[in-house]
Design a binder for this molecule. Structure first.
Ligand SMILES: [Zn+2]
Length: 78
């Protein structure tokens, strides 16, 4: 699998979900190192994930979780 911006964006959801394998994660991180826009996307996704992790301690309604996932996806489409 060649990592480019398209692949990166389609995988960012799986990345923040921890659904990617080790090699895939490494490829994502490598791409982000050399690509400013994907780095930015990853940063935002991780920020959202942090927010979500904090929120989930007080139990986030599924609706809110779906909303931030959608936000990440919309961001990836830009
Ligand atoms: Zn990129």
């Amino acid at each position: 699998m060649a990592m480019n911006c398209e692949t990166f964006k389609s995988n960012i959801d799986a990345y923040i979900d921890g659904a990617l394998g080790r090699d895939e994660r490494l490829m994502m991180e490598k791409h982000a190192e050399g690509c400013a826009s994907c780095r930015e996307l990853m940063k935002e996704a991780l920020m959202l994930m942090d927010m979500c992790a904090e929120l989930s301690e007080v139990s986030v309604p599924l609706q809110a979780q779906a909303a931030w996932r959608k936000a990440v996806r919309d961001e990836a489409k830009k």
